[in-house]
Write a protein that binds this ligand. Sequence first.
Ligand SMILES: *Cc1c(COP(=O)(O)O)cnc(C)c1O
Length: 400
Amino acid sequence: MTTHSTMPEPSTDFATTAVHAGQEFDPTTGAVIPPVYFTTTFVQDGIGGFRGGYEYARGGNPTRDSLQTLLAALEGGDRAFSFASGLAAEDTLLRAILKPGDHVLMGNDVYGGSHRLVNRVFAPWGVELSTVEMMSLDGVRAALRPTTRVVWLETPSNPLMKITDIAAVAEIAHAAGAIVVVDNTFASPYLQQPIALGADVVMHSTTKYLGGHSDVLGGALVVKDDTVIVGADGAAESLADRVAFLQFAVGAVSGPMDAWLTIRGIKTLAVRMDRHSSNAQTIAEKLVGHPKIGAVYYPGLPDHPGHELAARQMKHFGGMISLQLADGPAARKFAESTKLFQLAESLGGVESLMCYPAEMTHASVKGTSLEVPDSVVRLSVGIEGVDDLLGDLLGALEQL
Ligand SMILES: *Cc1c(COP(=O)(O)O)cnc(C)c1O
């Protein structure tokens, strides 16, 4: 790949990194935006003579590389890998680390699909799964087993916005020889950087805040060069190398258009997250004490049990809020009553979304330890005008 001496020096300011990392202008035309490389294969100058290091697009494509460089820079990791979806990223990571007999410890309110992946895809291959309340460090210590290879957490969690102390869990898990994976989808790297706090791997559904516009599915893993796993032959192997191999050998890669749309979304991540966070803070504060609301789950509220920890660990408190209705059964109707907050799965786009977890995002964990109370709705607060958003919520509450 061509690099240019005219590129600006790398910056330590996140907003600058989000616009520029991995985004060199096109040296042949001067195009400010690098082209999207719609090609599956690359010409060889004689057998094995690769001009830009590229051979076949499952193994590497310049647009995907440009996204991967950007993601590694944003999370402060050494290498990043991009996939067709968040779950494809998770699958590749777990394949890299686990073998039959190994144990995975997950937070008891992780994304339902992450739990389902281990519970229904890996467990039949001999992997053991248990869940724990990650806010309790004693609970985490007690739940670790000699066979625990992975500790998987999400903070803020979905949908109850519990906050886990990443540094403390990492210390405990590392002492037990486990790899710590943080699903950083809810916070985004602008608000929280788990690798700096001691995590080994950051996982993203880039479908959410990173893409940011609800128009492209994707997933990512960010890893460090010095994380070591037990390889197939029992010898130590670099996790980064193993993930790189599996990205190629399994092939759940992101296509060039998906990678490019994700890059375009990331350029505005800092300004979007500021706005998502300030809108959510305003809405959460205004809904506290409303007669029809039993509880507001938002880490930016001073009486949220994870508030101080979140203030230490995060830049702002993010755009996700959950509400418990005072009259529990009214939650379902409330979820169907807002207009600006559209009823839909997913989160992290510029537009506000309403979700009824018990029957939508968390339907797959009904009857497990991850079951969500049916009195709860979840809001993904968008970047619209906050008065319009509040008016929509208050109007729908009034009609209940
Ligand atoms: C959406 C989501 C995932 C799964 O990602 P996909 O891109 O839908 O495969 C994982 N974790 C969290 C927190 C999510 O919100």
